[in-house]
Design a protein around this ligand. Structure first.
Ligand code: SF4
Length: 369
């Protein structure tokens, strides 16, 4: 398949891995930001090819994983109302909140539905004028434009029963927090190519400058990631720290101006809590101007009692690259994709799910003697 096969070519992978090893005069630690990159790394095994000189740490780029428990509890409270239809993407329905996940809420009688786009939820609101349709909107700058488009569509039609429980997050403040942490081991970032396809690269230049850290905007296939690693290592070896684009087939420095304009029309930058990371200044988006009337918080003004995170889940350390999932005592035992304790074991982009899928210890052989 064009644009895929050539980026999974084993010979190209081997050549690039050799080039990384040849260029690195010492050990370097790179953090891939996006969970999609983490899954690609673990499923292809490219981390092992360069492990002698380059350690790949997994970053916080899983939007399902960083959605705060409080938001999930709000979704549960909204879903419990008999007049509400709660919609979201499939992953979100399996993330544990204080009282179980949204599938459990559905089993208790709530009207919880999986949709494939925010516009599907808006259209549902049009078809069900007697119900309040709430879309639980999570994601990075990649998914926010589609939500913004649905918001504009709903407002243009005067739909008063379409609401957004919006918990969109922005990547650059998270990189700033990781780079600025006193105990950070990260030498360079492999930034998320799809986020920069929308947003461009300008937001990353101050991070590279301030922390003397290369930021290489990288794609998702094994060849992409190894090219990104090579560019980062070359910069580090030369003592440089700038933004470079590896994922040039999709990313332009100014991103997608149409999508950015739509985002700016519907959302404004705001402080936001990231699950496992804490409150990040300018870490998210909130509805602005006339779009604020779509905010689902208006349906649920009461404060919710905050619930503590499960004590044994070490997702906060996983999301900051401080431990790898198998270092969590619950990994593969109390916590599995069928019975997740934390969001990183649920999401298709979660690091714990990736390790479980590709690196979990094999089942012991049956003793046939
Ligand atoms: S393995 Fe499970 S319990 Fe441990 S950090 Fe990951 S999600 Fe949390």
């Amino acid at each position: 398949m064009r644009y895929v096969d050539e980026f999974r070519d084993p010979d190209a992978v081997r050549r690039l891995a050799d080039a990384v090893l040849a260029r690195a005069s010492r050990s370097w630690t790179l953090m891939e930001v996006c969970g999609g990159q983490t899954h690609s790394i673990l499923s292809s095994g490219i981390d092992a090819l360069i492990a002698e000189r380059v350690e790949l740490l997994h970053g916080p780029g899983c939007p399902v994983c960083v959605t705060p428990l409080e938001t999930l509890d709000r979704a549960q409270a909204l879903a419990a109302r008999p007049d509400v239809v709660l919609c979201s993407f499939g992953d979100m329905l399996r993330v544990p909140a204080s009282r179980g996940d949204l599938f459990a809420a559905r089993a208790r009688g709530a009207d919880v539905r999986v949709v494939y786009s925010p516009l599907d939820a808006a259209r549902l609101a049009e078809r069900l004028p007697g119900r309040e349709v709430v879309f639980l909107a999570v994601g990075f700058e990649t998914t926010a434009p589609a939500v913004a488009g649905a918001a504009r569509w709903a407002l243009a039609r005067g739909l008063r029963n379409f609401h957004l429980l919006a918990s969109h997050v922005r990547v650059p403040p998270a990189l700033e927090a990781i780079a600025g942490a006193g105990d950070s081991r990260v030498d360079a970032f492999l930034a998320a190519g799809h986020v920069c396809t929308v947003m461009g690269t300008a937001e990353y230049a101050p991070i590279a400058r301030r922390h003397r850290m290369p930021v290489v905007v990288t794609g998702f296939e094994p060849v992409d990631i190894l090219q990104g690693a090579l560019l980062a290592v070359e910069q580090l070896e030369r003592g440089e720290a700038r933004v470079q684009i590896q994922y040039a087939r999709a990313v332009r420095p100014d991103g997608n101006p149409v999508a950015r304009a739509l985002l700016e029309e519907v959302f404004e930058v705001a402080d936001r809590s990231w699950r496992g990371v804490g409150l990040l200044p300018d870490g998210g988006l909130r509805l602005r101007g006339p779009y604020a009337q779509l905010d689902a918080e208006r349906l649920l003004p009461a404060e919710l009692a905050g619930a503590p995170e499960p004590a044994e889940c070490r997702a906060a350390e996983v999301l900051r690259g401080r431990i790898r999932p198998p270092e969590c005592g619950a990994f593969g035992g109390r916590c599995t994709p069928d019975h997740p304790l934390g969001a990183p074991m649920v999401s298709a982009e979660g690091a714990c799910a990736a390790y479980f899928a590709y690196r979990a210890a094999p089942e012991p052989e049956e003793d046939v003697a």
